[in-house]
Design a protein around this ligand. Structure first.
Ligand code: CA
Length: 240
């Protein structure tokens, strides 16, 4: 096994014997386990714990596995493997439709299930790596920007930026270490049809700085290049 932190699996199953078997075998493989035996418990556990993967039984008390899957899909991208009884074709089609990633039909072989879990986690990890490589996500120390979701987090808390503030920050970060003139910033963010004053850029930089002011520690600084524009200097790596 690798030295990466233990993966967290949420097991949702109302049949005690199956749930205990799953818990035992997945724990043996080094996974951290949370259990839920109803659909409602599953939703609250998923929201609270943010597991790396969910094993989700189809037939559950309160909310069915399909309903749980449909609701979670709107809230998070966690991989979901459905546990379906007797491999009914209808279940598979409906399950796909609500966004499950894979199926295992009962009775299942534990080896097969463990292999599917491992494959699914590998795939999820690759997806994140690809997104990081494409700079859709940038993580610098305690700072994280997700250009797909258009979110910024500092110390794990979301920082709410107006759309143009976000675009400005994103542009400066993509060009860290290089000065961006006010003219270039205007063109890239407001577009060539913008007739406003270049002072607009200064105002947005000021707003950005004000929003970052409350953090003691940031991995970069927005530097004013007098008479030209702005540059982000990263503080988490030696200057070029
Ligand atoms: Ca069941």
């Amino acid at each position: 096994m690798t030295s990466s932190p233990a993966k967290h699996v949420l097991i949702v199953e109302d049949e005690d014997s199956i749930r205990q078997t799953l818990r035992y075998n997945l724990s043996q493989e080094g996974f951290v386990i949370t259990e839920a035996s109803t659909g409602t418990e599953a939703l609250s556990a998923a929201r609270r714990q943010r597991p790396d993967l969910i094993l989700l039984d189809l037939m559950l008390p309160e909310l069915s596995g399909l309903e749980v899957c449909r609701i979670l899909r709107q809230e998070m991208t966690v991989p979901i493997i459905m546990l379906t009884a007797k491999g009914s074709e209808l279940d598979k089609v409906v399950g796909l439709h609500v966004g499950a990633d894979d199926y295992v039909t009962k009775p299942f072989s534990l080896n097969e299930l463990l292999a599917r879990v491992a494959a699914m986690l590998r795939r999820a990890e690759m997806t994140v790596k690809e997104r990081v490589a494409g700079r859709e996500i940038e993580e610098l120390d305690n700072f994280r920007i997700d250009r797909g979701a258009r979110t910024v987090h500092v110390d794990g808390d979301e920082l709410h930026l107006a759309p143009k503030e976000f675009d400005l920050l994103s542009l400066l970060l993509l060009n860290a270490g290089k000065v961006q003139s006010r003219q270039v910033i205007i063109q890239r963010i407001w577009g060539s049809k913008f007739y406003g004053d270049h002072k607009t850029v200064d105002v947005h930089v000021r707003w950005l700085r004000e929003k970052f002011e409350r953090f003691d520690r940031l991995p970069f600084r927005i530097t004013t290049v007098f008479g030209v524009g702005y540059r982000i200097d990263r503080l988490d790596q030696p200057a070029a």
